[in-house]
Design a protein around this ligand. Structure first.
Ligand code: SF4
Ligand code: SF4
Length: 112
């Protein structure tokens, strides 16, 4: 029989590997919301490391940068970790400088 410490450890691991959307994502995600937004550093770098790791293949190449499809993204955060120029930010961390990239992404997906 498992003791309480084992169960606690399993719960911690479970939470660690639970996609962000199950803890604070899609249940409050509205149609035109985007959990993650790709911002200006991508325009210079644009090598696509994020595309390689995305488990649901929802990062698309645009004319001058990549975009994340909010309808398909499962908010796992894997792309953030591999981006060499820290271009991917959470929508809650947008600043006046990065806010336009949310609008740009909405335009790309026709949701603005
Ligand atoms: S890894 Fe970062 S810089 Fe490279 S394509 Fe993706 S978002 Fe753009
Ligand atoms: S958060 Fe995960 S699912 Fe969403 S774009 Fe990044 S790698 Fe893909």
């Amino acid at each position: 029989m498992k003791n309480i410490e084992d169960t606690d450890k399993q719960l911690q691991l479970c939470l660690l590997y639970t996609p962000r959307n199950l803890t604070h994502g899609p249940l409050k995600k509205e149609v035109d919301q985007m959990a993650f937004v790709i911002t200006s550093p991508c325009i210079e770098e644009k090598a696509g490391d994020c595309v390689e790791v995305c488990p649901v293949d929802c990062i698309e190449e645009g004319e001058d940068q990549f975009y994340i499809d909010p309808d398909v993204c499962i908010d796992c955060g894997a792309c953030i970790v591999v981006c060499p120029v820290e271009a991917i930010v959470e929508d809650t961390e947008l600043t006046p400088e990065t806010e336009p990239f949310l609008e740009k992404a909405k335009e790309f997906y026709g949701t603005s």
